[in-house]
Design a protein around this ligand. Structure first.
Ligand SMILES: C[S@@+](CC[C@H](N)C(=O)[O-])C[C@H]1O[C@@H](n2cnc3c(N)ncnc32)[C@H](O)[C@@H]1O
Length: 237
């Protein structure tokens, strides 16, 4: 991103939940395992992507690093990008314990990460894209498109909302999370919709195609949980 943009979105300021706090980071894996199996989920995504040894993968919003570590265990060259130094420190320790050294941890974000190596085969981002307002999502997608090699794949998983019965579906999600994990997750989920920037699937569809991606598959589970697999459009010759 050009230095001259003094009005660049402050992506280093956390919105909603504050993942710069060490206490949030320490609790993250335990709290998320109430409703996710982080290792199983990561490997399912890696299987879908068909990651091979030496593939280059950039994971934006790597958090505590579970996905990056699983990718590194398969031999990928991984860039784990996160705006939170506390998350990166935690993930580095986890990677050391897992015995992987093929992860470069980068204190950076969607809007200023500079990928200087060979073009990436894959970009992934899970439960992170909602941290950016929609205009900046578009800027981020354009940047990611430039980091990928032609035909490279982008995987996005996040809370993304279908228009039909949106309010009812959001209420059902909040209820489900509260049932799985009590008031803590209820408060988290409510804050998500109040303060963060989850968007409509039709907005995502437009942003992706205008940024040079072809949507290969799209699933919006229960009207609120979105998974997109996209490829970088090949230039017409
Ligand atoms: C909900 S956690 C998701 C972590 C992990 N991807 C997962 O699936 O569990 C969101 C993470 O995104 C990071 N983050 C927030 N805004 C970001 C940005 N603009 N660029 C990169 N990372 C960001 C936060 O610091 C946090 O670690």
């Amino acid at each position: 991103m050009k230095k001259s943009i003094t009005w660049l979105y402050h992506e280093y300021n956390q919105v909603g939940k504050d993942y710069s706090l060490p206490e949030e980071v320490e609790m993250y894996d335990a709290r998320h395992s109430d409703f996710r199996d982080l290792i199983k989920e990561s490997n399912a995504v890696l299987d879908t992507l068909g990651i091979k040894k030496t593939d280059i993968l950039i994971d934006f919003g790597a958090g505590t690093g579970t996905f990056a570590i699983q990718a590194a265990l398969r031999g990928a060259v991984v860039y784990a990008v996160d705006v939170s130094p506390a998350m990166l420190d935690y993930a580095k320790t986890k990677a050391r314990k897992a015995g992987v050294s093929n992860i470069e941890f980068c204190h950076s974000g969607f809007l200023d990460f500079k990928h200087t190596g060979p073009a990436a085969d894959f970009i992934t981002t899970t439960f992170v894209f909602h941290h950016l307002p929609d205009f900046w999502k578009g800027i981020a997608l354009n940047r990611m498109n430039h980091m990928l090699k032609p035909g490279g794949q982008l995987f996005i998983h996040d809370i993304i909302i279908e228009e039909y019965q949106a309010l009812e579906n959001i209420a059902a999600l909040i209820k489900k999370l509260a049932t799985a994990s009590g008031n803590f997750l209820r408060r988290d989920a409510e804050a998500h919709f109040r303060e963060e920037f989850s968007t409509y699937d039709w907005v995502m569809d437009g942003l992706l195609s205008r940024s040079g991606f072809v949507i290969k598959s799209k699933r919006i589970e229960n009207g609120v949980m979105g998974t997109y697999l996209c490829t970088k459009q090949l230039k017409a010759s």
